[in-house]
Design a protein around this ligand. Sequence first.
Ligand code: MRU
Length: 367
Amino acid sequence: MKVDGQHFRSIWLEPDGWSVGAIDQRRLPHEFIVATITTAEEAGEAIRSMLVRGAPLIGATAAFGVALAMRADASDAALDRACKMLIATRPTAINLKWALGEMQRALMPLAFSERAEAAYARAREIADEDVAINHDIGRHGLGLIETIAATKKPGEPVNILTHCNAGWLATVDWGTATSPIYQAHDRGIAVHVWVDETRPRNQGASLTAWELGHHGVPHTVIPDNTGGHLMQHRMVDLAIVGTDRVAANGDVCNKIGTYLKALAARDNDVPFYVALPSPTIDFSIDDGIRQIPIEQRAASEVTHLTGRTSDGRIETVRVVPEGSPAANFGFDVTPARLVTGLITERGVLKPDHAALARAFPERAGIR
Ligand code: MRU
């Protein structure tokens, strides 16, 4: 997508042909800074520190991390070391495991001398595939927005609620939840987005609002607790969120607070959609609530807030009394029964095993 008229992806291969550029998401919305990643260790640190984040982008970064590792040492031991280091960076987004599996499958059969070039080629392919998948997710999700615009809201904006950042910054481009929104906006359909701030790290307030603003999409940032009230007053036509992992039974793991939005949506008959690329499906587990590992992050993300002061300084301040413990569960699981549909690159699916396996037999191990 565009930043001040210039097209950017969230991650790219630099013109030198080997180092990797990425937007430093820790600095947004206050500063637009490009980071250069030159080693597998730096790629790991970029994921761990959330310089890059969002399930598909974590996967693409890990793939480039393996390419950087192969450039330095293409032995089996180095490949194994890099994959072990990268898989340990964040536990919930399954795209990380998927991307590392793809890299290992592509590289293991090759001679050492061929591995670096092949690793860069596969990493670039993974990034390009993500862009194409997200574009297709947008095409399928667009139909849902078009229908609401035509039947329920003629002449009025369609109000869409989203949580966290499942935008182009969380992917290589387009985003998942935002792709239908961008495509609707680009076609002249009036949309307005309710952006959950998404405490504790505020990915909605700082990243989704920044993205939508730069693309000219009307939006309003709301405190996380506002969605239920808006739904009761018919101010939300549909919710679209992203996901870090979908279990084979259709349970959806996403940023903490997603489950509460799904409950409120069900209570108010608001359609609740989840947008996902197929690498986010984990066919190896059949019970999202019990089997998906939930990342727990530092308490300081809850006890402190970072922002820009009126004289332009970036400051971090404490908002919780000294001595009060804080818990920071990064994700929750929305049971499949609360999900209206899964917007994938192959269409809008029912959130159940049969529909997922039918649409993605090669991933489900059928065929
Ligand atoms: O902790 P984050 O910022 O990596 O969490 C991101 C999310 O929860 C997104 O909604 C999810 O990764 C989907 S991204 C298309």
